[in-house]
Every structure is written in C-alpha cells, then in structure tokens.
Design a protein around this ligand. Sequence first.
Ligand SMILES: NC(=O)c1ccc[n+]([C@@H]2O[C@H](COP(=O)([O-])OP(=O)(O)OC[C@H]3O[C@@H](n4cnc5c(N)ncnc54)[C@H](O)[C@@H]3O)[C@@H](O)[C@H]2O)c1
Ligand SMILES: O=P(O)(O)OC[C@@H](O)[C@@H](O)[C@H](O)[C@H](O)CO
Length: 394
Amino acid sequence: MEKKAIHFGGGNIGRGFVAEFLHTAGFEVVFVDVMDSIINALQDTKSYQVTEVSDEGESTKTITNYRAINSKTHESDVIQEIATASVVTCAVGPNILKFIAPVIAKGIDARTDATPLAVIACENAIGATDTLHQFIKDNTAQDRIGSMPDRARFANSAIDRIVPGQAPDSGLNVRIEKFYEWAVESTPFGEFGHPEIPAIHWVGNLEPYIERKLFTVNTGHATVAYHGYHAGKKTIAEALQDSRIRNIVRDVLQETASLIIDKHEISAAEQQEYVETIITRISNPYLEDTVERVGRAPMRKVSRKERFIGPAAQLAERGGKFESLMGSLEMALRFQNVEGDEESVELAKVLKENAPADAAIRLTGLDRDHPLFPHVVKVVDGVQSDAKYTARRE
Ligand SMILES: NC(=O)c1ccc[n+]([C@@H]2O[C@H](COP(=O)([O-])OP(=O)(O)OC[C@H]3O[C@@H](n4cnc5c(N)ncnc54)[C@H](O)[C@@H]3O)[C@@H](O)[C@H]2O)c1
Ligand SMILES: O=P(O)(O)OC[C@@H](O)[C@@H](O)[C@H](O)[C@H](O)CO
C-alpha cells in the first residue's frame, strides 16, 4: 500500500521543504490549507517545481503525487485522510497550531490502524509538536486521552532551510536555498520505530539542535532584519553588505555562541564553523529575502522562549553577556505598524498603552524577579521615550 502523509500549510516551507522530502521518501502528500488560491492551484495541477539557488547555479526538482483539501469547507474529508495516513506534518506558523488541532484530534480519534500516526510539527519554535499535542489533547474526550499513544506518537523537530517569499507570478513553484537540516526526535516512536524519511536526521535529544538552530540562524536572521529595516534596506543580503550591521550580527552571535558552547558541550570551533555557514547562507543574494518577511510577527519573536529573550534570559542566569541581544530586542520593538504585519500593529498598541514594566511583562513573559527583567524594561522605556514613538503615545 502507498504511504500517505497529510501536511497542513501549503505555503513556502510546506511546498519547498516538507512536501519535497516526503515526496522523495515515497509518500503521497495530501496538503491541507485554508487559502482557496493555494488549494485550487494544488487541485488544478499535477506537479510543481522546487528550484535550489546558490552561487553554484540552479537545480530543479519536480514534485508530483499530491492532492489538496480545504479544511474550512471539507473538514470530514481531512478527518478521513488522517484516520488512514501514516504521517501528519504541519508548517502553518506557531500561532496557528491551536486552529489545526481540533481536526487532527478528530482524525486521530477515528484511527483503527495498529501502527500509530507519526505527528511532526515543522515550525520555528521550541517544542512545537508538544504544543500541538497539548491542543490535540484539549480537543479529545477525557476517556480517550490515556489510549492516544496507541493511535498517535508526537515528535518535536528542528527544521532549517531558507524559503523566501516567492515572486507573485511563480504559482506553486518555489525558489529555495540548497542547504537543509531536519532533525526529529526518535524516542517517541518506541517499539514502532520512526517513519522512513531519508532527509530526517533522527536524534535522541533534540534540545541542542533546536536551540543551536533558533539561537543562531533565527537570532542572526532577525537581527539583520530589524537593523536592516531601520536602515532602509530591502533584503537581508543587502543589509549584510553594510559593515555596521555585519558587525552587530557577529556580536550577537558571539553572545548566543557562548551559551550554546557552555550548555550543549558543542566545541567553540564547531560553533564558529556553524556561525560562518549561517552568515554565508543568510547573505545569499540569489534568495531576495525581504527584511519584512524575516522580521514578520515581532510579538512572537520577542516572546519568552524565542530568539532574543530565550538566549538572553539563559545568559543572564549564567552571568553571561547579552548587551548585543538587547540591541536586537530594541530594533524588534521598533518594528511597528509595518504594512501587512498585524503583530507589528499590535506591538505599537501595547507599547503605547502600557507602562514600561507592564509592556515588558506582556511582550516577553519574563517574571519581574528575573535577572534579565530590568534590562528589558530599560530597552522598552527607551523605545517608548523615543521622540518618534512618543508622538504616537499622546
Ligand atoms: N520560510 C522559511 O524559511 C522557514 C524555514 C523554516 C521554518 N519555517 C517555519 O515554517 C512555518 C511556515 O512558514 P512559511 O514561511 O512556509 O509561511 P507561509 O505563510 O508561506 O505558509 C503558511 C501556510 O499555512 C497556511 N495556513 C494558515 N492557517 C492555516 C490553517 N488553519 N490550516 C491549514 N493551513 C493554514 C497558510 O494559508 C499558508 O499557506 C513557520 O512556523 C516558519 O517559522 C519557515
Ligand atoms: O519563520 P520565522 O518568522 O520564525 O522566521 C523568519 C526566518 O528567520 C525563517 O523563516 C528562516 O528563513 C528559517 O528559519 C531558516 O531555516
């Protein structure tokens, strides 16, 4: 029987990463999305192309063997597909997990197969599958929760590949970088074993992988985006041509490197090599990745476990340096009222309506007695007091 995977989110990383590797592993991929244009395009085509772009040139793969369902209008079809699939993945954004959980819960509940479904959330967030799992439990009858491991197993993942926004005329085709890394926990599958997906690096302990990725790739990327946005740069590659921004990124990544080396027993030389690879990757001029895409959703990005506060809080607890991370935080807080970015509008409102300490708590989730807290309050106060922003507060 053909293996079937249900993938939520037919966007950039969904089509350009997850579906590509599921397809290569021999799965039929059933995309689930809520956007009519994507569903219609997937239903009307038999293939799309994924093109890797680098200074070595371009290389194109054709993705076939997929279907697509709109969960807004065809929920019972999605439940049926999940009930008979081997894998469920998603790449919808961490804030959307609560919305996809009810239908996944119903699909899991309807399963009769002896092998549990493998559920892997592919989001930029620590413990995204755990978060989804909790939402699924919240949507499952109490007397069915104990036996859920017979029907589904949940594994966290760390996913890395830069997929920028695509040109408006590109249709379903995706231009991406060549590099990729997909690390997934193997232990949740127990005696059943993990699904066979060659692109996945199966690991016993995911924490070093996800922290290293989020606190290097995404901390660096977001730092360039926010500093670049304020310097009037259009793309990440353009921002990195500015030596001031390049130096800032290096300083920030030195701070997070000290945490990663200290906490995860990764050698200084290995981390240095990783940092150099990341700087080269995000400098890739062929990707045309905009500062708005990389800076998107600033409230998520300044939250407790995320790319700035996550490492800075741990560094503060360990007596490490985090000044440059506070500089990135400041620039993130100035990413306000950006067209098309709802969180940037909400961020402006929170900063306008709250005293510094209250805004700091609301935005970062830090406790008042955390050693990082006074430093964050100072940054918030500085942004609120800035003449440009004071005008908006009155
Ligand atoms: N783009 C990258 O470089 C990259 C790399 C690694 C990880 N990620 C992560 O992958 C996730 C998706 O990012 P992206 O860049 O592909 O974003 P995207 O906006 O291109 O894709 C998200 C997709 O999810 C769909 N969606 C929204 N609500 C939904 C719902 N309720 N049910 C089903 N589908 C729904 C959207 O319609 C869209 O097609 C994010 O968590 C991001 O951090 C992105
Ligand atoms: O997807 P976000 O909004 O969490 O972060 C924006 C980018 O940093 C991100 O999408 C990277 O391109 C990706 O994480 C690279 O693996």
